[in-house]
Design a protein around this ligand. Sequence first.
Ligand code: NAD
Length: 282
Amino acid sequence: MTESIVCGLIGTGISFSLTPPMHEREAQHHGLAYAYKIIDLDVLELSVDDLPRLVATARDLGFRGLNITHPCKQRVIELLDDLSSDAARLGAVNTVLFDDGRAIGHNTDWTGFGRNLDRGLPAVGLDHVVQLGAGGAGAAVAYAVLSRGARHYTVVDSDLARATALSESMSRLFPSQTVDAAASADAASVIGGADGLINATPMGMAAHPGMAVAADVLRPDLWVADVVYRPAETELLSAARSLGAPVLSGTGMTVFQAVAAFEIFTGLSADADRMTDHMREL
Ligand code: NAD
């Protein structure tokens, strides 16, 4: 009999995550017996302090792997036996593979954003890119765009200390590129000279309607990408699109992080187009 593959997602507020059906449907196409469990800390009335117990239990029960999300992506690192070089450089793990008794951490958020950018906006200018939001998603996005050679990268956050901390850590990782920080109040002038703008704040989600910048900073020659994926068409993307600017939604980041995690868990190639179609149906 074929061995079942069991995976899970640990984090808070994930009860309605699209990741389980995305993985399970792709597994069906490969003829795999595959179950993907939600382990929602809120629902279980647990906290990040319970993470060591949860990870140990998943390993003991024979889980193939785990996806890890907010607020556990940094805390999980101390529980692992090894890290991919990019996860180590980023200091964040969203995918854990249990392999022969060892727990190995990966980060598919940054590859997810990067592959989405490569596919959706393949030839855009990267001389100066401005990113709004310096949280967990922002770190992955900055790493992806700087890895693709952005010459000047500016991180803007309503909490300037967070923008400064992320810009300093990226500057250490990419010393030959210019990475700096700016306050939200200065966003319009910074964006004025930029090629691209990326939203990595929660603004645009149903729970956080609106945009992190005023619409008048947008221009037809300013490409705009969003990490928010529900809705796929945020107010920011809609405003940029109406000017004729190149735009990229967060849907692809979600799909490609799942594609890469599926491949790590199964050793098989996932079909990104099929997973995208399926995500749109969900
Ligand atoms: P986070 O809370 O860690 O960070 C958000 C950052 O945005 C904070 O530093 C906050 O100060 C800043 N911010 C909030 N409102 C702002 C505003 N108006 N102007 C400037 N800065 C502002 O959150 P996160 O985990 O980084 O997630 C951010 C968003 O990314 C969420 O909407 C999440 O759903 C999305 N996300 C998408 C994917 C994907 O695969 N598409 C993956 C991860 C996260």
